[in-house]
Design a protein around this ligand. Structure first.
Ligand SMILES: CC(C)(COP(=O)(O)OP(=O)(O)OC[C@H]1O[C@@H](n2cnc3c(N)ncnc32)[C@H](O)[C@@H]1OP(=O)(O)O)[C@@H](O)C(=O)NCCC(=O)NCCS
Length: 164
């Protein structure tokens, strides 16, 4: 592909005002329905959740949740990363993921992870390209979709900013 990479793709914050865009995208892209907690977590993650605009059309989004782990550290969980099918292969998924990986490095977040359905070869190839590894397989993770199993994909963030 590549042609789209010269096109203007911009990222915008997820806010109350544009939350409907994220809901519409999720309905179009994912077989799973997301609850109010998902949207509240996306809002409270601040810059870790973004909408992607391609020539002013909202075509993709990343939504993350920040989780406190033992020892007071924080890890990032990618709840969803999706691009509308006609706009895939143009670098938009990469732009959304790179934005979040950069933020993790800047904010001393050393780990990022996500769940992906075991048959989602495109997404698994995408994440592996950016250094994620399969760290676990969970049987029957999903309730209403087949296969119900998922992989946990994890990436250790290098280049974490030194502590002040
Ligand atoms: C995964 C997803 C977000 C990737 O978005 P995208 O905008 O198409 O990704 P990019 O254009 O940035 O692709 C970057 C690289 O990932 C790899 N990649 C992307 N799609 C791929 C596919 N269908 N098959 C194999 N590799 C693929 C390629 O190596 C590609 O680089 P290249 O174009 O230089 O070859 C998109 O396919 C998607 O929305 N899928 C449906 C939702 C989903 O399953 N999300 C993941 C679970 S949260």
């Amino acid at each position: 592909m590549g042609a789209g990479r010269e096109m203007e793709v911009s990222l915008d914050a997820v806010r109350d005002k544009n939350m409907m865009q994220l809901k519409k995208l999720n309905t179009a892209i994912f077989p799973v329905r997301y609850n109010d907690k998902y949207y509240a977590d996306a809002l409270s993650s601040g810059d870790f959740s973004k909408l992607a605009y391609f020539s002013d059309i909202c075509v993709g989004a990343i939504a993350c949740r920040l989780e406190k782990v033992e020892g007071g550290t924080v890890r990032a969980y990618i709840m969803t990363l999706g691009v509308l099918a006609p706009y895939r292969g143009l670098g938009i998924g990469t732009k959304l993921l790179s934005h979040v990986l950069d933020l993790c490095a800047k904010q001393n977040i050393s780990e990022i992870y996500l769940h992906v359905q075991t048959n989602n070869d495109d997404a698994i190839a995408f994440y592996k390209k950016y250094g994620f590894e399969i760290t676990e397989t969970i049987q029957n993770y999903y309730v209403n979709i087949t296969p119900p199993d998922c992989y946990v994909l994890t990436k250790a963030i290098s280049g974490t900013a030194p502590k002040k």
